[in-house]
Design a protein around this ligand. Structure first.
Ligand SMILES: [Zn+2]
Length: 318
């Protein structure tokens, strides 16, 4: 979620080292060079651990790192990361003329925030310095939303229970009209919150998610949804603002939040991430309040609720 996680995710490149192991097993010398990725990964890991702990004000990130490393030994996570890395290459080839950004990409649909009330953009934005994960091309313009109090705290009590988190179990709304093309509802809500660990035994790091097709090249992807909270099914046509499920903590998530991004095709691994232009969103930022199309990290954001105006019927002359 935070930038130290992005840096850590970079170390996933070390997965390419497995090709080196394959080379050793099958005695394919050319593949031995891939072992260097393991070395690269180790160097990156030590760098990012130090930077991350400084950024987190000295807070120990050991549980996060340990569980994240353990998850690399989870064969399902391993293959997902491999797909993600392969997808990166595919996306770069598909977009050899340049990746979409908010200056060159024009959204085909108008989007609402996928929740009611005021939430905080914990992570993500329309520009590089605010990005959720600039290097992961599908999630370049992704957002992580939480509910935070005045002081920025996202939970009450000691934050050791899922129910301590203000956004846990809150309704998730469809960001625009569309058709539900995929639902995953197999993943538990990780109860180990409060120490920054992640669910390394998980069977899908995205947790429970929904993919909504709005048009042929715009798909909403919403993740970490609470298990068994879906109110829609695959194949359903849904309307903007319709309740689709509830906020949870499934998958690789250090605390309950809504992950939202827009992508250009159904299959996430091979989809290009698109900037999201919102419609009728009120932003609070550094004491100012205004309407904005694009939203950025640390802003408090909410949909402007418009009450339908009652049309005055023309008086028919008798
Ligand atoms: Zn996210």
């Amino acid at each position: 979620m935070k930038s130290w996680i992005q840096k850590f995710v970079w170390t996933n490149l070390q997965h390419l080292g497995v090709l080196g192991v394959v080379g050793l097993i099958f005695e394919i010398q050319l593949l031995h060079w891939f072992l260097l990725f393991y070395l690269f990964g180790l160097v990156k890991l030590f760098q990012s651990l130090q930077e991350a702990e400084n950024e987190a004000g000295g807070k120990s990130l050991f549980p996060f790192y340990m569980t994240f490393i353990l998850s690399q030994f989870n064969p399902i996570i391993f293959s997902q990361v491999l797909f993600q890395n392969l997808g990166q290459i595919y996306i770069l080839i598909r977009n050899y003329k340049g990746l979409p950004d908010k200056n060159n990409y024009h959204n085909k649909n108008l989007f609402h925030l996928p929740f009611k009330g005021k939430w905080m953009v914990y992570n993500g934005g329309s520009v590089k310095q605010n990005s959720h994960s600039w290097e992961i091309l599908t999630q370049r313009y992704a957002y992580d939303f939480v509910i935070a109090d005045e002081g920025g705290k996202t939970f009450k009590n000691d934050g050791k229970e899922l129910t301590d988190y203000y956004c846990f179990n809150k309704e998730i709304l469809a960001p625009a009209d569309g058709k539900v093309v995929k639902i995953n509802n197999l993943v538990r809500d990780y109860p180990g919150v409060g120490d920054l660990s992640v669910d390394w035994k998980v069977i899908d790091f995205r947790g429970n998610f929904i993919i909504i097709e709005h048009s042929t090249d715009e798909y909403s992807f919403i993740a970490h949804i609470r298990k068994n909270s879906f109110l829609v099914n695959e194949g359903d046509w849904i309307k903007k603002g319709q309740v689709i499920g509830r906020c949870g903590n499934s998958g690789h998530s250090t605390e309950p939040h809504i992950h939202y991004h827009l992508q250009n095709r159904k299959t996430m691994w091979f989809a290009t991430g698109l900037p999201v232009k919102f419609n009728n969103v009120e932003v609070e930022d550094k004491g100012l309040s205004y309407i904005s199309d694009y939203i950025e990290k640390n802003q408090r954001v909410s949909n402007i609720v418009t009450t339908p105006s009652i049309k005055q019927l023309p008086v028919e002359p008798c």
